[in-house]
Design a binder for this molecule. Structure first.
Ligand SMILES: Nc1ncnc2c1ncn2[C@@H]1O[C@H](COP(=O)(O)OP(=O)(O)O)[C@@H](O)[C@H]1O
Ligand SMILES: [Mg+2]
Length: 288
C-alpha cells in the first residue's frame, strides 16, 4: 500500500519521458488473472487489455464472470492469481485508500443504477460534485442540468428514482458517473431489462460519450447489437477463458463454435422479441 497519492503519481509518471512511455502502455490490463469462489473457477488465466480512448465490449453468457471482471477492476474483488492494471497502475495489492484514488478516475455504472432512493435525480447527480467540494451551489446546479440534458433526462431533475423506468434510472446513473469527470467508465449490462427502444437510446448515449468525451470504456453485455455499435474490440468469455478477441466483424466471421452459437442465439432472441416491442412503443412513451 502506498502512502500519499501524490507520491504515487510522481513515481509512476514524474516527468515527460515517463508520460510519453505511458502512451505505449494499455490503460487497463488483466495479466493472467484467475479468480475462484470455493470450488467454482470463474476466471482462468484471463488476459486482455484496453488502450486509452478505446471501447471494448466483454461478451459472454450469463454467469461467465463478466461482472466479476468489472468488480476486479474497481478493486471490490481481488484476483487469486495474476495482476490487474488500472489507469496505468498495478492495483492488484492496493488497499482502500489507493483504490479510492483510482475510483476517481474509473467509475462504474451498475446494472441496478445504484441510485440513492431518497434523493432526487438532480441530487443524485450532484452527489459526486458535492463530495469533491470547491464548487458553488449555482455551479453545481448548472453542471447537473447540463449532464441530465446530455443523457436525455433534462426534465426529470426533481423526480425520485422510483418514479423513473429502469432505462431512465440507468441514464441518470450514467450522468452521475460523468459528474465525477472520470477517464474511464465501466458499464455492466447497460441494455439488459429495458425494452429495445430504450436499449437503442442507451447505446446511442454511450456512443456519444465515447466520441464527445473520448472516454475509455468497458461495456459488459450479451447484446451483440450493442457490441457492434460500440466496440472497437470485443472480448468473448467462455468457461472462464477468453475464447475470442477482435473486432465485432472478426467475431462474426470467427470459426469458433461457441462464438457462432452465441451469435445465433443472440439474433434469434432479438428478432422474435425486439421487433414486436419496438412496434408497441413510440418515442416519448412514458414507459420507456
Ligand atoms: N461475491 C461472490 N461470491 C461467490 N460467488 C460469486 C460472487 N460473485 C460472483 N460469483 C459467482 O461467479 C460466477 C460469475 O458471476 P458474474 O461475474 O456475476 O457473471 P456474469 O457474467 O453473468 O456477470 C457466478 O457463478 C456467480 O455465482
Ligand atoms: Mg453480470
Amino acid at each position: 500500500m502506498s502512502s500519499d497519492p501524490e507520491t504515487v503519481v510522481i513515481t509512476e509518471s514524474g516527468d515527460d519521458a515517463a508520460s510519453v512511455a505511458q502512451e505505449d502502455k494499455p490503460y487497463l490490463e488483466f495479466q493472467h488473472v484467475s479468480k475462484s469462489f470455493g470450488e467454482k473457477h470463474v476466471l482462468r488465466d484471463v488476459s486482455w487489455s484496453v488502450r486509452a480512448g478505446e471501447t471494448i465490449c466483454i461478451l459472454g453468457r450469463s454467469g461467465v464472470g463478466k461482472s466479476v471482471a468489472l468488480q476486479s477492476i474497481m478493486g471490490f474483488l481481488k484476483p487469486d492469481a495474476g495482476r490487474i492494471w488500472v489507469a496505468y497502475e498495478d492495483i492488484t495489492d492496493y488497499g482502500e485508500k489507493d483504490m479510492e484514488r483510482i475510483r476517481k478516475k474509473v467509475t462504474m455504472v451498475f446494472q441496478s443504477g445504484a441510485l440513492f432512493d431518497s434523493l432526487t435525480v438532480g441530487e443524485n447527480v450532484a452527489f459526486p460534485l458535492r463530495e469533491r467540494g470547491g464548487l458553488e451551489e449555482a455551479q453545481i446546479f448548472q453542471i447537473v442540468d447540463g449532464l441530465l440534458e446530455m443523457v436525455g433526462v433534462g426534465h426529470m431533475r426533481d423526480l425520485l428514482p422510483a418514479e423513473l423506468s429502469t432505462g431512465m434510472r440507468r441514464s441518470v446513473a450514467i450522468a452521475r458517473a460523468l459528474s465525477a469527470e472520470p477517464e474511464c467508465i465501466l458499464y455492466d449490462e447497460p441494455t439488459t431489462m429495458v425494452d429495445p427502444m430504450m436499449a437503442h437510446l442507451l447505446g446511442d448515449l454511450i456512443q456519444k460519450l465515447k466520441y464527445q468525451l473520448k472516454l475509455t470504456s468497458v461495456v459488459v453485455t450479451h447484446d451483440m447489437t450493442l457490441a457492434k455499435k460500440l466496440a472497437d474490440r470485443v472480448i468473448f468469455l467462455h468457461e472462464g477463458r477468453v475464447v475470442f478477441s477482435g473486432t465485432p466483424k472478426e467475431m462474426e466471421n470467427s470459426k469458433e463454435e461457441i462464438v457462432q452459437e452465441f451469435l445465433e442465439l443472440d439474433s434469434t432472441d432479438f428478432s422474435s422479441f425486439g421487433k414486436a416491442e419496438l412496434r408497441r412503443h413510440q418515442p416519448g412513451d412514458a414507459a420507456l
